[in-house]
Design a protein around this ligand. Structure first.
Ligand SMILES: [Zn+2]
Length: 422
């Protein structure tokens, strides 16, 4: 049993669950069996906490990629099914909501109106903020340039943040960088206004950045989260000092850029939810690396891996992020690719898992999950292979438990596959 906290592992563990919460947990011989309890044997399996992903983009994926035309409430629900199927219990969509659709789904879920089926729990930053680029589309994500807010002045930006706060968003997202000099940067005074207003309402701000200079600018303006690692150049001592001093959460977002070819498309776990035509389609696009490069170059990716190790070693608060729902990031499967990318970068497996469970849950203020210990929710994944031996074993899911009950994965699979062909 992997507990999601530090290096804690119990080789031969027992757990008692009552009313959805863990009541007792420890070496199996220390757990008192009681005849009134229902007992489930998971002998030979590995148990880990359910995954919490605080950064993705929900509702845009269909078939082999993301597109603005795919976005709908129906597609959001489809993704929440896919996520929970693969053991992702909580998902935060970061800044690409359209017409408050994500907010409506989240609110229905919070009111219990979606309790007739099992879904991942949705968090959302609503519609994020970017600078307008005169004569061109803005520097937001390609599938959502028309869904995010173009801030024209500090006061305009504050108005948007106040409107977001009134809808009780879970975070605020801004795009700061200039996309390789092709787009307008967010003005420093507007950036500071967004962050100041968000903090007034108790909201954390996640900044999309590209370079070390972007990262420093975002931190100095008061941002709480970097949505990506700085990709160029190497991080310097000043940046690390800033990250530590301000306790900045840095999202990993590695797998979305990882030049790892297309062999992962052959994983049978992917084919459980994704039709063969979609896999073939994405394989062709990966091989052609078109219309835009799907991945970073090997050289720049290796620099990111080295940055990731540097941050972990320095004690920076690195938090898992799969940037799910665009390019190659299948909802629910991207999360497992991200864990693999972290391990491949040299992050110790238990540290990688902790970043996707305890650390990500804590970032969202979810103190009741992310860790397996008494008092926490019994949300966990049962694997038939050990991810500490080989990280892709996190995909060998035998069952997913939420609040102590196994979810009906077969029903989810049938529903998702039916909808994929609808
Ligand atoms: Zn993103």
């Amino acid at each position: 049993m992997i507990l999601g906290e530090g290096d804690l592992v119990i080789e031969d563990a027992g757990m008692v669950v009552r009313d959805g919460l863990i009541e007792e947990l420890g070496p199996r011989e220390t757990i008192t069996p009681a005849p009134t309890r229902q007992t489930v044997s998971l002998a030979g399996r590995t148990v880990m906490p359910a995954i919490v992903n605080p950064h993705g983009h929900i509702g845009y994926w269909k078939g082999a990629g993301a597109n603005s035309a795919n976005f709908s409430e129906r597609n959001i629900l489809d993704h929440l099914r896919r996520l929970v199927y693969y053991g992702v219990s909580v998902f935060q969509s970061l800044g690409t909501d359209r017409d408050d659709t994500e907010i409506r789904v989240r609110d229905m879920q919070r009111r219990g109106e979606l309790d007739n089926e099992v879904l991942a729990t949705l968090y959302t930053a609503g519609s994020g903020i970017v600078a307008p680029t005169p004569g061109s589309s803005n520097g937001g994500p390609f599938f959502a340039v028309d869904a995010i807010h173009e801030a024209t002045s500090p006061e305009d930006a504050r108005r948007h943040v106040r409107a977001l706060a009134a809808k009780d968003v879970d975070a605020v997202k801004l795009w700061l960088d200039d996309r390789h000099g092709t787009k307008a940067r967010l003005r420093p005074d507007i950036c500071r206004a967004i962050i100041d207003e968000a903090h007034t309402h108790g909201l954390k701000v996640a900044a999309h950045i590209y370079t070390v200079d972007d990262a420093k600018e975002a931190i100095r303006a008061g941002a709480d989260i970097l949505a990506h690692l700085p990709r160029t150049p190497e991080p310097d001592a000043e940046l690390i000092e800033l990250l530590i001093t301000h306790d900045i959460a840095v999202f990993t977002s590695m797998s979305i850029q990882r030049p790892d070819g297309d062999a992962w498309l052959d994983d049978p776990a992917l084919a459980e939810l994704v039709p063969v035509e979609a896999i073939t389609d994405l394989r062709a696009r990966i091989r052609a690396n078109a219309p835009q490069p799907l991945f970073d170059t090997t050289e720049s990716y290796q620099r990111m891996e080295s940055t990731l190790r540097t941050f972990f070693d320095a004690g920076v608060r690195v938090v898992f992020s799969a940037d799910t729902g665009l390019l190659t990031q299948f909802p629910g499967f991207a999360e497992h690719r991200e864990l693999e990318a972290l391990a491949a970068a040299g992050v110790p497996p238990l540290t990688a898992i902790q970043s996707a469970t305890q650390r990500s849950a804590a970032l969202l203020g979810l103190t009741d999950r992310g860790v397996l210990k008494p008092g926490k929710r019994a949300d966990f994944i049962v694997l038939d292979a050990n991810p500490l031996v080989r990280m892709p074993h996190t995909r060998r899911i035998e069952s997913v438990y939420l609040q102590g009950r196994p979810i009906d994965r077969r029903a989810i699979r049938d529903r998702v596959r039916k909808d994929a062909h609808a």
